[in-house]
Design a protein around this ligand. Structure first.
Ligand code: URA
Length: 252
């Protein structure tokens, strides 16, 4: 039976899903724990179509996919990286069966920034979303010191010079609320950037004489943070959201 180009070695398919090394999988096959279309294969290197063939481990059918796409509501105190010597990383918030796909964060949020972070193992998609030439918009909400208003909105529309002299691209600032309390005046704002320089939001507010006290990303490209995700939790993107991302990527 010809299965075209979609077939792969059975041990590779199971390896991708995190079932272990080639040797581990060989052992599992020998022990009769793996079935292919209902029968125990003789060889763990047999060709199979992960989408069309029925592959089971210990009687459970596997759910094969090449890519995973996760939306995480990043809490403060964790690093947007795959490993770190000192701190917990966003991957520590993901269970082992999804870590097996080797997802990585699409871009970085500072340790003290919360909110929307996409994790995927789809390198091409990540590359396009992060490319400085594609200008994918990212929206943040922040609480900042002082009364922010039309002056700052105009400066951000024009572009402000950061501490290293870099002049930012036009950004859209909306003031949601000005709060007057015992600690003085603070403003709740929403800012949309089409670039992602290091600590950009914090440095833009420094450039206009303010300071960011709290920062959260609420959207990136066509996707917004799911309000029902508690801080530190994640969910897989729905099929519709993955399609939206792919269509968006094509339009870039
Ligand atoms: N801008 C910042 O200053 N920090 C972030 O984490 C993201 C954007």
């Amino acid at each position: 039976m010809s299965k075209g180009k979609k077939t792969q070695r059975l041990d590779k398919i199971l390896g991708h899903l995190g079932y272990g090394s080639r040797t581990d999988i060989k052992k599992m096959v020998k022990q009769g724990r793996v079935t292919l279309n209902g029968t125990v294969p003789k060889d763990s290197g047999i060709q199979a179509d992960p989408y069309e063939d029925r592959i089971a481990v210990d009687g459970e059918n596997i759910d094969y996919r090449e890519f995973v796409y996760l939306m995480l509501n990043k809490p403060q105190g964790v690093i947007s990286a795959t490993e770190d010597n000192r701190d917990r990383t966003v991957l520590d918030l993901i269970p082992a069966e999804l870590r097996a796909f080797s997802p990585f964060p699409v871009g970085r949020l500072d340790k003290d920034t919360e909110g929307f972070l996409l994790l995927t193992n789809d390198g091409q998609l990540a590359h396009d979303l992060l490319s400085p030439r594609k200008h994918v918009p990212k929206t943040y909400e922040a609480r900042v010191l002082g009364e922010i208003g039309e002056r700052e909105a105009a400066l951000f529309r024009e572009g402000v010079a950061l501490d290293d002299g870099y002049v930012t691209l036009p950004a859209e600032l909306e003031v949601l609320e000005v709060m007057r309390g015992e600690e003085g005046v603070q403003s709740h704002i929403r800012l949309t950037l089409s670039e992602g320089k290091f600590h950009q939001v914090k440095r833009m507010f420094m450039a206009v004489g303010s300071r960011v006290m709290y920062l959260k990303r609420v959207s990136m490209g066509p996707l917004a943070l799911d309000d029902s995700l508690a801080l530190g939790t994640f969910r897989e993107l729905t099929e519709a959201e993955v399609e939206l991302l792919k269509t968006y990527k094509k339009s870039l």
